[in-house]
Design a protein around this ligand. Structure first.
Ligand code: FES
Length: 233
């Protein structure tokens, strides 16, 4: 059988295959069609999407900020920046990780810890959508409805998550487990529809895949609670 050749070979001097270095690749390899759709169904590594878990479940709204191990993390963050203003974004992320969302009181505490004006901190926190100004469920489900995902049926995926969790966009489900919102581009446009649950990515999500994703999340949450109960007993 004749070797499969990309039509680009011989016709596009800018393509790496022209150098001979990548001549073994087929067009499918270059376009990614050999692996698109084969991403792990349990979601990809959080490290692929962000350098710190800016939204994780289990926030405690009344927890003290920046004490114990969190004080150590605050100091570590501060050591990386030339001034306290520069450290504001990761410190807000840390406060959200501890409490689950950023209330006006939390923003004021961040301002006090960094020696910044409360209005300045509030202006920054309210600018970025990754900071939650209201409580969210244990699992924050962000469905990308931007153009690439939208063309591939993101609206149906969003509706499937809302129907399965019994919520309207932004609401917390009755069991406290889920909040579903629309997101702007999640940076995974090659794998539509992209869905981010806390700090984990699910890609190539179809409406049919939604029950299995929610089931997986529920099983993991149950396993975490039993592990915590075992540790506490
Ligand atoms: S458009 Fe959905 S991830 Fe970019």
């Amino acid at each position: 059988m004749a070797e499969e050749r990309t039509p680009l070979q011989g016709g596009n001097p800018g393509w790496a295959g022209e150098t001979g270095e990548y001549g073994h690749l087929t067009e499918a390899d270059v376009r990614g069609t050999t692996y698109v759709g084969k991403r792990p169904p349990e979601g990809t590594s959080p490290g692929a999407s962000c350098s710190y878990p800016y939204q994780v479940g289990g926030g405690r709204p009344d927890a003290p900020l920046f004490e114990g191990p969190y004080r150590e993390r605050l100091d570590k963050i501060l050591s990386r920046y030339p001034n306290r203003q520069g450290a504001l974004l990761p410190v807000l992320a840390l406060a959200q990780e501890i409490r689950g969302h950023l209330s006006p009181e939390s923003m004021a505490e961040v301002a006090a810890a960094l020696g910044l004006a409360p209005a300045y901190v509030r202006g920054v926190a309210t600018f970025y959508t990754m900071y939650h100004k209201r409580p969210v469920g244990e699992h924050l489900v962000q469905v990308c409805t931007n153009v690439a995902c939208n063309l591939c049926g993101a609206d149906e995926v969003l509706r499937a998550f809302l129907a399965a969790t019994g919520t309207e966009p932004g609401q917390i489900s009755a069991d406290g487990q889920y909040t579903v919102i629309e997101a702007e581009c999640l940076g995974a446009c090659g794998f539509p529809t992209a869905v981010q649950v806390n700090d984990r990515y699910f890609e190539n999500v179809s409406p049919e895949a939604v029950p299995a994703i929610l089931e997986r999340l529920a099983q993991e949450a149950a396993a975490r609670s039993s592990a915590a109960a075992r540790q506490g007993s």
